[in-house]
Design a protein. Structure first.
Lengths: 498, 149
């Protein structure tokens, strides 16, 4: 179980729980109710904080028996759940007061904490639909969280209306993800933290970001969509940097004509799934002691491919599929994760034969403009690319990985050096997001114009006024992500007789 | 012409189900999905307006519009008709593909002519689609395309 929220909500939570108390010798205990949604990946469930329910004076009060949430406050929260998209639930949060920065560790629940949160949530859950998540949280003044999700089985209700202990199942969050426009903060339970030291392979980078930074890398799970020319380089770079886990997603097979940009591939890999050799290359290059790689054949335009990406802390997209991009664009907001997209398009002018083109690297997700508003794909491109391969004509959108299998369509040109350039900038963006590596405050899109040899920042700094994506933040599975069938992957499966 | 009422829509994405219900309530109760082929729902729209000054009778005809199951996050693409769309002046209609592969899912129900009209075709970009209710814009878009075909 993971828990995710935006930096804006984190600041709001800290303001409610600790405001006006800074400097006081004694701090009162405070609390709030949050609206949450769940997002389920293949192996990871994430609770997402969607909003904090506003409270009136004395709706949350400290009593000798602990913090008391008034019936009015619960009622307001339940009304908000009823008005939310299906799947909304509630999170009861209280603080463990103390001087600022005293508890760099996540707070630990006391016995009364556990008793009261279970009692309150068992009652609250009965007023909610059965599928609504219920959870409790504690926040320390340093902004660290402890989250526990409860599931109360209704079939096992005790005769007097209270739940028996056996009717309750709970799970503690192993990690907290706080995403703001400046980056991603990952708080991990120390029991689930990978050990990284001593590690002499990382001396040069340790001088830049220290053991703390290296630990963060060793505990991050990165999704790579598309492991062609750009994706294979990304996997190699990230493995060498000391990233703890990679999830690779691509359905394509390595072809002879891909070999000139397939980093680390052997001739014997031709005809085999790209994810297979890229997984091997990453394992051989990994500097993290507990490195793991999951190599999956699939498409991010389909539900199963998306689920694998929802297991990740950050996703790097190097696939040129417009529907795949659209799905990841939606998911990065609804499921609150950072998305870095990269691609290149080349063209040879019909007159003069000059080579022109551009590479572009774009960040999306909460606090950033979306891929659609940044012009990375259009809805029409995503629509037409959902047609059968036979019906699709040559498409004008970005092509870099060449995952297309349509034999009669001319392949888009690709050069390993440009793939390397895109991959390098994507990894810089990854380091910026995870470690605050320079350019720390830069956001949006970078473009490299092939004929000018210049890298420039794109003009888009925020989404268009009518873009709805910011309103999807924290909706998780309650947001209908436009998954469907990837016609190219389907055709390949039919050809394989899978 | 037209499909069976036996097709279950319960497995379809909720937004598409909602859009179909809106069509049934606000356009025509006989609206239905006759087939699903991968990403595409073939939605039977009865009573599409064919302008009298441009087309021979009948002025109301049924046809299938291809709505993506990702609606409203993807755009409609193309219509399928039982009979060719022939204006009074008999000029050829752009994008007409008789007996096209795309007709197959509704071929048994009489679908024989595919018109590969995109949402951003020669009439310029279609209206913005944001919610299931915007399915009603699709009906007026088709009628506009037919009027200007």
């Amino acid at each position: 179980l993971h828990f995710a929220l935006t930096e804006d909500l984190q600041q709001e939570a800290l303001r409610i729980l600790f405001r006006e108390q800074a400097g006081d010798a004694f701090r009162a205990e405070r609390g709030f109710i949050g609206i949450i949604h769940a997002g389920n990946g293949e192996v990871r469930r994430t609770l997402l904080l969607r909003s904090i329910v506003s409270q009136e004076e004395r709706w949350v009060t400290e009593t000798p028996d602990g913090l008391k949430f008034s019936a009015h406050y619960f009622s307001r929260a339940l009304d908000l759940v009823a008005d939310s998209p299906k799947g909304a639930g509630i999170l009861l949060v209280h603080c463990h007061p103390g001087p600022e920065g005293e508890f760099p560790r996540p707070p630990r629940p006391s016995h009364p904490d556990l008793h009261y949160e279970r009692l309150l949530l068992s009652h609250a859950s009965r007023a909610l639909p059965e599928t609504s998540p219920v959870a409790a949280g504690i926040v320390s003044p340093s902004g660290m969280w402890r989250i526990r999700e409860y599931v109360f089985s209704r079939q096992l209700r005790a005769p007097r209306g209270l739940f028996r202990k056996s009717a309750e199942v709970y799970q503690d969050a192993m990690a907290i993800r706080i995403l703001g426009d400046q980056g991603l903060f990952l708080q991990r339970d120390s029991s689930s933290t990978a050990s990284t030291f001593p590690n002499e392979n990382q001396d040069s980078t340790l001088r830049l970001w220290g053991e703390e930074g290296q630990k963060i890398l060793a505990n991050v799970r990165v999704g790579i969509v598309g492991v062609g020319g750009v994706g294979s380089i990304l996997a190699e770079f990230l493995a060498r940097l000391g990233v703890g886990e990679l999830v690779l997603l691509d359905y394509d097979l390595l072809k002879k004509e891909n070999f000139n940009r397939a980093l680390g591939a052997r001739l014997s890999d031709i005809g085999k799934p790209k994810v297979k050799y890229v997984g091997r290359v990453a394992r051989n290059s990994a500097t993290s002691k507990e490195f793991r790689v999951r190599a999956l054949r699939g498409s991010s335009a389909e539900r199963s491919g998306l689920a694998a990406m929802l297991d990740c802390d950050i996703v790097l997209n190097a696939s040129d599929s417009a529907p795949g991009r659209q799905v990841l664009d939606h998911a990065s907001y609804a499921h609150t994760f950072p998305l870095v997209d990269g691609g290149t398009v080349f063209a040879v002018r019909s007159t003069g034969g000059d080579i022109t083109g551009k590479s572009q690297i774009t960040e999306a997700g909460p606090g950033r403009p979306c891929l659609e508003c940044s012009g990375v794909y259009s809805r029409e491109e995503a629509t037409l690319a959902r047609e059968e391969p036979e019906i699709q004509g040559p498409t004008p959108y970005f092509r870099s990985g060449n995952t297309q299998t349509q034999d009669h369509t001319p392949r888009a040109p690709s050069v390993i050096s440009n793939n390397g350039l895109v991959a390098s900038v994507m990894v810089q963006r990854f380091l910026k997001t995870i470690l605050g590596f320079p350019p720390k405050h830069a956001l949006g899109q970078q473009r490299y114009y092939v004929d000018q040899g210049e890298m420039l920042w794109g003009p888009i700094r925020k989404c268009q006024d009518n873009c709805p994506k910011a309103s999807w933040i924290g909706l998780g599975d309650s947001h209908p992500v436009p998954v469907g069938i990837d016609p190219f992957w389907k055709r390949m499966q039919n050809q394989d007789g899978r | 012409v037209g499909g069976s009422h036996k097709f279950s829509t319960l497995q379809l994405p909720e937004q598409l189900q909602e859009a179909i219900n809106i069509l049934r309530a606000d356009f025509a109760p006989e609206t239905r999905i006759d087939a699903i082929a991968d990403n595409w729902a073939y939605v039977w729209l009865p009573g599409i307006q064919f302008e009298e000054s441009k087309y021979p009778p009948p002025t109301k005809r049924g046809l299938w519009v291809r709505i993506p199951i990702q609606f409203p996050n993807a755009n409609p693409h193309g219509i399928v008709t039982a009979d060719p769309i022939t204006p009074l002046n008999e000029h050829a209609i752009k994008g007409h593909n008789p007996s096209h592969e795309t007709c197959k899912p509704v071929a048994e129900l009489g679908g024989k002519h595919y018109y590969s009209w995109t949402w951003s075709g020669e009439l310029g970009p279609g209206p913005q689609l944001n919610s299931p209710r915007d399915i009603l814009k699709v009906v007026s878009w088709i009628e506009r395309r037919i009027r200007n075909a």
